[in-house]
Design a protein around this ligand. Sequence first.
Ligand SMILES: Cc1ncc(C[n+]2csc(CCOP(=O)(O)OP(=O)(O)O)c2C)c(N)n1
Ligand code: SF4
Ligand SMILES: [Mg+2]
Length: 305
Amino acid sequence: MSAIETKPVDPSTSSGQEKYTKKDLTADHPTWCPGCGDFAVLAMYFKLLEERQIPHEKIVGIAGIGCSSRFPYYVNSHGAHFIHGRALPFATGISISRPDLHVFVFGGDGDAFSIGGNHVDHAARKNVKMTYVIMDNFVYALTKKQTSPTSPLGFRSKTDPTGAVDCPINPMVKLLAGGATFVARTSAKNPKHMLDMMSQAMNHNGFSVIECLSECVEFYEGAFDKADPRKGGEFKEIPADHDVTHLESAMKYAYAPFPGWFGLFYKVNRPTKNELEAEINKKAQEKIVGQSPTQILQAMLDKLK
Ligand SMILES: Cc1ncc(C[n+]2csc(CCOP(=O)(O)OP(=O)(O)O)c2C)c(N)n1
Ligand code: SF4
Ligand SMILES: [Mg+2]
């Protein structure tokens, strides 16, 4: 008589699946232009998730609007292509109410620093647990070459046909000043480095944010050649003896002129909003056990009457 073998099921998975591969995590075929830097970001994200072997129903990817923000379409996990610049508040709600999920946010320089500029500051100061990857291409690409907050002076675009005159923001300085507890910079041209930054960001208990230079080959070709050794540029990594808990030192690296430095600028531990509000949220959730979202919404509307 042969015994039927039963294999232990991981309780954190709904399917009990044993190994998650890129195939499981892939959804739609990306519609980015051939050569777009965003492909490398997606590839490294798949690699990270494969390495971690997290069931896809435990992952959330939220984005705003832009070429880069199409990211969630291509990943077989929970996700939303949300309102332009509003990915962070939406992701904050998910992070706080569902501590069992890993929350990632993806978007572009316009989404992060233009229309969503304030949200970045507030998610940073609140130290909401999530990982935010900003795919910076120095241009509004989806809207076909408009000046973005990171476009350099003199950049000719549909909105600045004679060249940009507004002083660009410095993402690293803004993120550090905003109070982010994990700030890193990488490039889509260096996937190994990018994967390392993403992996460290995911391990961080708090708001981890990465600026990833990701070239738009259609509307700003060659923007990052100065940071690419294969194009005669220099990919300067932050020295190993940099104290990542020292804000002033991080600021010094942040203020370096383009192409600047790459690596982990800053990392400190500070209580997260998730931890600080855990008890309040638990009590609020206990009150709505068994109710459907419609019932919860109706009860809220009734209170307003
Ligand atoms: C409220 C609102 N304003 C403006 C737009 C138009 N719009 C769509 S994407 C975008 C900018 C995208 O630039 P970025 O975030 O840098 O992403 P990229 O396309 O470069 O990856 C703009 C202005 C919009 N969709 N919604
Ligand atoms: S327009 Fe630029 S950013 Fe958008 S998909 Fe094409 S190369 Fe990428
Ligand atoms: Mg952009």
